[in-house]
Design a protein around this ligand. Structure first.
Ligand SMILES: [Zn+2]
Ligand SMILES: [Zn+2]
Ligand SMILES: [Zn+2]
Length: 159
């Protein structure tokens, strides 16, 4: 997990504000999990969160982790991604521009990209079909060219 020591007080006050508006109570453990999420600038799983806390000698149950994640999804502070596995990936949104993903179906490497041409194309297609775009995610499943041939643990469901 990449962890930058950037100041996350802005994110934490955003969290506190939205928790209050939605009648969520702040607890030291909720805060600590939210802080970890804001410090993790890449896609993570619930398992990664739980084991990272365990490595630090702190006990966080899967259920607690899920509850904080559900809350933060509702408060629109994180996004959930289905990258074709049995479990979901998450990433925080404050401080990150909208982006799409390329996922390696062999090694699981996740790359973020954004392309203005692609964005306007999505907008155009949506409008042409009589919709107004609210949110959108594009995930490209691919094989990375640097993938070691023995790394075959990330096969997409049904692939
Ligand atoms: Zn970030
Ligand atoms: Zn991302
Ligand atoms: Zn790969």
């Amino acid at each position: 997990m990449e962890q930058r020591s950037a100041n996350i007080s802005r994110e934490m006050s955003l969290l506190k504000e939205r928790m209050q508006q939605n009648h969520y109570k702040s607890t030291p453990q909720r805060d600590e999990i939210a802080e970890w999420i804001f410090r993790t600038h890449e896609h993570f799983t619930v398992d990664a969160l739980v084991s990272n806390f365990r490595e630090q000698g702190k006990k966080v149950s899967q259920a607690t982790a899920y509850r904080v994640i559900q809350m933060m999804l509702e408060l629109k502070l994180i996004e959930e991604h289905d990258f074709g596995k049995d479990y979901k990936f998450y990433e925080h949104t404050p401080g990150h521009e909208h982006h799409d993903h390329i996922v390696c179906i062999d090694c699981g490497k996740i790359i973020e990209f954004s392309d203005q041409g692609l964005e306007s194309l999505k907008e155009k297609i949506t409008l042409k079909n009589g919709f107004r775009m609210k949110e959108h995610h594009l995930t490209i499943y691919a094989e990375c060219t640097t993938c070691p041939p023995d790394k075959k643990g990330f096969k997409k469901k049904g692939a």
